[in-house]
Design a protein around this ligand. Sequence first.
Ligand code: NAD
Length: 459
Amino acid sequence: MTPQAVFELLQRQRDTFHSGATRSVAARRALLDRLDAAIRRHEAALFAALKEDLGKSEFEAYTSEVGLVYKEIKHARKRLARWSRPRRVRTDLHNWPGSSRLYPEPYGVCLIIAPWNYPVQLLLSPLVGAVAAGNTAVVKPSEVSAATASVLQAMFDDCFEPVTVASVCGDAEFTSRLLDEPWDKIFFTGSVPVGRIVMEKAARRLTPVTLELGGKSPVIVDRSANLGYTARKIVWGKYLNAGQTCVAPDYLLVEGADRAAELVALMRATITDFYGGDPLAAEEGSRIINERHFQRLNAMLRDEAPIFGGRSDPARRRIEPTIVFPADPAHPSMADEIFGPILPVIPRDSFDDCVAFARERPKPLAAYLFSESRANQDRFLAEVPCGGGGINTVVLHVASTHLPFGGVGPSGLGSYHGKASFDAFTHWKGILRQSSRLELKVAYPGREPSLSAVRKLMG
Ligand code: NAD
């Protein structure tokens, strides 16, 4: 698509927005219904594409991709009339007589940019928020998950008027040019370096942004944790989608070397239980998205550190569930977000050490604690900053329509899911309404009350 064509698309969407066609609750519901029907009609093709791009099984494609979008649509559809109502708030005495309300105003023409790891869900869930809030939208799937991008493109071409909702495909350079256009809101999901580019470009026009980024999400396991349970939860959350999950446990901090060894033994047994004795030989299994990432991950395993697993199959771009233990904080896997099926386990002497280790690093997208101690749970909540996370669980907070999901600082800006998605695409404008029939003239020049009376009123 040429820059001129993008510009024209944006102008046409702006015309649609200004016509009010997307604003009524009925219109928003109709668009949500249309999205739901479009996904259902293309579901089989999306499953096939997700298998081709990432080796996702149908079960995983449903539970972690389209099923979550259906849930978001259903949730928003049911509540959006309530969400869209102006909210009455109190009016300060000095503004009397009058009334104060918050009015939800859709931003206008929105750009949604998605990554490749959950290429359906991370494109369509934000779109649910954009549409529910009354915006028009242009979505840009990741070119890296190419098969899925092409099904999504066909789905949008089939089911939507581009003047309301359109999909455009392209690489980094194309996306970079997209960012130069005058969007009213940009919603970006992807890596920290590209998030920085998005924010810089948005800053030039002061365009509001939501940034859903990544980072190294720690898991702390204290002495009181139920290790069998912990092993199963972590193995599930870490190796889902071959570790290519933004909120996957990135590394483990375990209180006590003896407990760390015990947990690693349990995780190895769990890997065998979940994926069989030879995970690489299994017919089904998630794969690494491309050669570059496959090489990047294998390079982390050339270190001397003891490794469990670590074999890979270049032909199918698969790496078996791998644990590095005991991992040194200087191990190559500890440099950046791993985003693959490699799990460093770092023993620490005390719970204090674990907390300090996590806290000294950039604020992560997620942090997790496994503990039976209420005191340690409270300390974790008070002392470990993160976008979100879980206690005695991993990853699942992302699947909630009631918990706003997002990062903080380097892991992101803003949040979405459920009502938070509606708010991410809405400006709540505060309006004070007064009446010409009840005019208090005391603030006008020459009629002011004494300053001491005003002080009493305003504090
Ligand atoms: P990425 O940042 O490389 O790409 C994301 C999108 O940005 C793609 O659509 C791509 O075309 C575009 N893009 C790439 N380079 C660009 C550039 N120079 N200028 C403009 N646009 C550009 O991310 P990825 O590799 O697709 O995804 C992996 C990353 O995303 C990980 O860091 C992961 O943690 C993060 N992530 C975050 C979440 C979340 O919800 N917070 C979810 C999934 C993935």
